[in-house]
Every structure is written in C-alpha cells, then in structure tokens.
Design a protein. Structure first.
Length: 261
C-alpha cells in the first residue's frame, strides 16, 4: 500500500510517496549504520586510552614478576618487567595461527623460571608451515639470561575454535593462553607457582624472535575513518530514500527557477 502526502506550492506540489518495502529497509538500515559509526568512535576512544596508558607506564621503573604479584590486576598491563630468565629445553607452547605480513606462523611462549616463579615469556613470532604438515623446530636459549619485557593483558577474550586444552606434553600448540582454565594442568606440569600473566619480550633482546609488538592492532585514526564511512553510508541512504520517495529534485529546480524569475 502506498501513502501520498501533498504540500501545496504555487504551481507544483511536493509529493511524497512511501513504498512500504523501501521505507522498512531504510528504517532498519539507517539506525544500524549509525550504531556502527558510533561504535567505531567508541573504539577510537578506547585506543586513545590504551596508548596513553602505555606511554604512562613505559616511563615507570621495571618490576620483577614477583613484585608484579603484589599489584592489583588493573595496574599490571603494559608495566615494564625485568627478570633473570632460566630456560629449560622444550618447555614452550606455540600460539597457533599468527599472521605477519600475510605469512602464517606461530608465537613462541617459553615457560621460564625467575625467583621461584614459572613465567610465560612470549619470545615473538616465527614462520610456520602454511599446510600445517609440520611444526617449526624451536631452539630455546640455554641457561639464564637477564631480560626485559612488557606485561600484556588482552582487552577481551579472543574467539576460539573449539576447546583449548593445555598440551599433555610440551612443546605443544594452543590457540590462546588460558591461565584460568589451565591452573590444574600448569601446577601438575611445573610443580611451582605460576605467574599467570603473559610477558612479551623486548623487541631488541638477543633471545627474541620477531618481537616488534604493535601498540594497538588499529590506530584511533583508522577507527575514526571507519566511523566516517558508516556515517556517510547512512547519510547517502537517507538522501537516496528522500529522492526515491518524492519529487523533491523537480520541486527544488522549480523553486530555483521561480526565485530567479
């Protein structure tokens, strides 16, 4: 059913004809596009806060994992860490499906010992077999090394395909580090207290693989650019609906010509 509304003008009427299909689609899509735009702006604000937090904590003196255990959880992210890391051959997991410049690979997380704690130390990225027929052979450093790194806490739970158990034997492959789910397995594996937070090794440490950690996965400017795209699509859809449902183009031309005459 169509509904027509007329607004009288001197010689030409402004007509609005509402087709229910077009109207329904527009009413559904425009709020969705606006929501996505504001969501991207919120994400941009989050990234600004993350960068500010990292800059603030980068200038704080390094702490050891043992000292970090005395802090509140919300004080840990991005703190600089210093440790005497003792490596044990084969004591590591590979974080699966990590891409760098379009290449498939893994991140190597070694379980090192420091001051009586077992600390998961992410040594960075290595390239893997994209066919998944073989696993890379990883040679961990030997002995004890004085290292620095940064405490890493993800902002949200990562999506995982199925279960993510701790390997029955090391080394092994996992999707993510799930310390809460692995508590019993980690205790049985190491028989030592576990520092249940990931430490990412410093980029220029001799033991690091590819460890040029990104500050954020997307910059605030990129999120703002996405927001502009969503808002532009909403505006374009709104204008298309107006021109599709009325004779406003002809009416405006008539008004302009009437004004000039």
């Amino acid at each position: 059913m169509n509904e027509t509304v007329e607004c009288s003008e001197t010689k030409m009427n402004l007509r609005v004809t509402l087709d229910w299909r077009t109207t329904l689609a527009t009413v559904m899509l425009i709020p969705t596009l606006l929501f996505l735009g504001f969501w991207q702006l919120d994400r941009a604000d989050e990234k600004v806060d993350l960068i500010a937090r990292m800059d603030e904590r980068r200038v704080l003196p390094p702490i050891t994992p043992l000292q970090a255990q005395q802090l509140r959880v919300d004080e840990l992210a991005d703190r600089q860490v210093a440790m005497s890391a003792t490596f044990t051959d084969g004591q590591y997991v590979l974080l699966d499906n990590r891409l760098r410049s379009g290449r498939f690979g893994y991140e190597v997380v070694a379980f090192i010992e420091d001051q009586g704690l077992v600390v998961p130390l992410n040594l960075g990225w290595i390239e893997g077999d994209a066919s998944r027929q073989t696993l890379p052979e990883v040679s961990l450093p030997v002995g004890t090394h004085e290292l620095t790194g940064r405490l890493y806490q993800p902002n949200s739970e990562a999506f995982m395909l199925g279960a993510n158990p701790f390997p029955a034997a090391l080394p092994g492959v996992v999707q993510q580090l799930s310390f809460a789910d692995w508590a019993g397995d980690l205790e049985a594996q190491f028989a030592q207290p576990i520092f249940a937070f990931e430490v990412r090794v410093g980029e220029f440490e001799p033991v690091a693989f590819v460890a040029d950690w990104a500050t954020v996965n997307q910059t605030p400017a990129k999120h703002q650019g996405y927001a502009v795209q969503w808002f532009t699509m909403a505006a374009a859809l709104g204008l298309a609906f107006i021109f599709r449902s009325s004779n406003i183009a002809s009416w405006l031309r008539y008004r302009l010509s009437s004004t000039r005459s």
